[in-house]
Each structure stands twice: as structure tokens, then as C-alpha cells.
Design a protein around this ligand. Structure first.
Ligand code: ADP
Ligand code: MG
Length: 241
């Protein structure tokens, strides 16, 4: 579904992604872990062309993400849901309006259909009773679940998550991880940058360990957590586990 070939990304003289070649298969859940500053967010942003590679390629379903016009790029991005650390909900719209906006505006879905889909998704993330609330009336965990529902409303092929629970109070982390776990169980293709090692261990098909601009090693969670190969990964795990 996603192919990354010899990806390199520089910001001025800072080479943030050095040489990354990897792929994501349909239905796979990849957890990307690694120290702060490793390039994880930049990598994720290259996957949906929020950043353009300095060199190398990213292909989504066989189509290269560079050199596309805005219309083509938007069409491709519609297929990739993204959830960030911050919730980025529109503050002047209530929950259901937040979820309906893009399907109606971008995909021209009729309003009654958009409403039905939004309610279905809100039920899925356990927030059907919050449809008429405004973002300021929600907890961080609830906001993040709305953000996930909003991304799902576009019916994406893949969901990209960048530390979706890092900004949450500890007691709200679990409710968001549960929604993500359910999503993974439903067969969604997911790339998740996370520091939640329990989640990564339980849900990921593959762990990608990133440090210093490289994916240093990949493996199943059992392989990675029990028998990390690189010294860099051993050192990282020693610090966090
Ligand atoms: P991580 O998500 O693993 O913490 P990032 O991808 O956010 O790492 O950042 C990796 C490096 O890239 C950092 O040194 C950061 O300062 C730099 N960086 C990220 N985005 C930009 C940008 N837009 N302009 C300049 N430097 C950036
Ligand atoms: Mg980051």
C-alpha cells in the first residue's frame, strides 16, 4: 500500500531522514518508535506528502507522491487519515459538524448521509451522546476520539497517527488506545508513532525502530522487545522499560 524508497529529507543542512526504504502492506499495523528527534514525525509527514522528500520516493498504491498537482494530491490525501498529538478540531463547530465537514465539502456527501455516518462513527468511539457538544466542552481523550472519528469519516485506506496520546492526561490514554486497538482489529492499515510500548507490543504487526534518521531495525513486537538487535535499540529500551 505504501512504498518508501531511499527516502531522504533535509531541512537546510540538517539531514533528518537519511536513507529509508520500507513498505507497508494492506491491513498491517506498524508502530514506529524511537527517541525524540529521530525523525518520526517528519517520516510520517512524508508518507502523506505534508513534507516533500529531498530525494527518494514515496508511493501510495503505486502512485508517486511527488510532482502531483494539488487536486491529485488532495485526492490521495483523502485516502490517508491523519491524527496528531494536538486534536485540531474546529473550535467553532460542534462535534458532529466537525465530523461532517470534510465528507460534505470535499466529497459532496449529502447531509443526511454524512450525519448518519458521523453518528455511526461517534458510536464506535463511544461518544454518541456528545454529538452536539463543542470541543471546549470535551476532555482531551474525548477530543482525540472525535479527531479519530473525523479522520475515519473520509473512509481512508490508511490511518497515520503521530503520538496521539502524548498530550493526554494519563487517565485518558487508555480510552484512545482502546479505540485504536478496535480499529486495528477491524483490519485498518495503520502507521502509529507512539511511546506506548504496551500498545505497540500488543497491536503492532511490525515495530520500526527509528533513530538518527534511519529505521535501525524492524521486527515483530516479540522479536523487537525480547531480542533487540542494534545497540541503539537496546539502549532505548533500557531507558524506557
Ligand atoms: P521526532 O518526531 O522523532 O521527535 P522530528 O521529525 O519531529 O522528530 O524532528 C527531527 C528533526 O527534524 C529535528 O531535529 C527537528 O528539529 C527537525 N525538523 C522537523 N521539522 C522541521 C522543519 N519544518 N524545519 C526545520 N527542521 C525541522
Ligand atoms: Mg514527533
Amino acid at each position: 500500500m505504501i512504498e518508501v524508497q531511499k527516502l531522504q529529507k533535509k531541512f537546510k543542512n540538517n539531514i533528518v531522514l537519511k536513507d529509508i526504504t520500507e513498505h507497508v502492506d494492506k491491513g498491517q499495523v506498524i508502530c514506529v518508535i524511537g527517541p525524540s528527534g529521530a525523525g518520526k514525525s517528519t517520516f510520517l509527514r512524508c508518507l502523506n506528502a505534508l513534507e516533500q522528500p529531498t530525494s527518494g520516493k514515496v508511493l501510495f498504491e503505486g502512485q508517486q507522491l511527488t510532482g502531483l498537482n494539488d487536486k491529485k494530491l488532495d485526492q490521495l490525501r483523502e485516502k490517508m487519515g491523519m491524527v496528531f498529538q494536538g486534536f485540531n478540531l474546529f473550535p467553532n463547530m460542534n462535534v458532529i459538524e466537525n465530523i461532517k465537514l470534510a465528507p460534505m465539502k470535499v466529497k459532496h456527501v449529502p447531509e443526511d448521509e454524512a450525519t448518519a455516518t458521523a453518528m455511526k462513527l461517534l458510536t464506535k468511539v463511544g461518544l454518541a451522546d456528545k454529538a452536539q457538544q463543542y470541543p471546549t466542552q470535551l476532555s482531551g481523550g474525548q477530543k482525540q476520539r472525535v479527531a479519530i472519528a473525523r479522520a475515519l469519516a473520509m473512509n481512508p485506506e490508511v490511518m497515520l497517527f503521530d503520538e496521539p496520546t502524548s498530550a493526554l492526561d494519563p487517565e485518558m490514554v487508555e480510552e484512545v488506545l482502546t479505540v485504536m486497538h478496535d480499529l486495528a482489529d477491524s483490519g485498518m492499515t495503520m502507521v502509529v508513532v507512539t511511546h506506548e510500548m504496551g500498545f505497540a507490543h500488543e497491536v503492532a504487526d511490525q515495530i520500526w525502530f527509528m533513530a538518527d534518521g534511519y529505521i535501525q531495525e524492524t521486527g515483530t513486537p516479540d522479536e523487537f522487545f525480547a531480542h533487540p538487535k542494534s545497540d541503539r535499540a537496546k539502549e532505548f529500551l533500557k531507558k524506557i522499560l
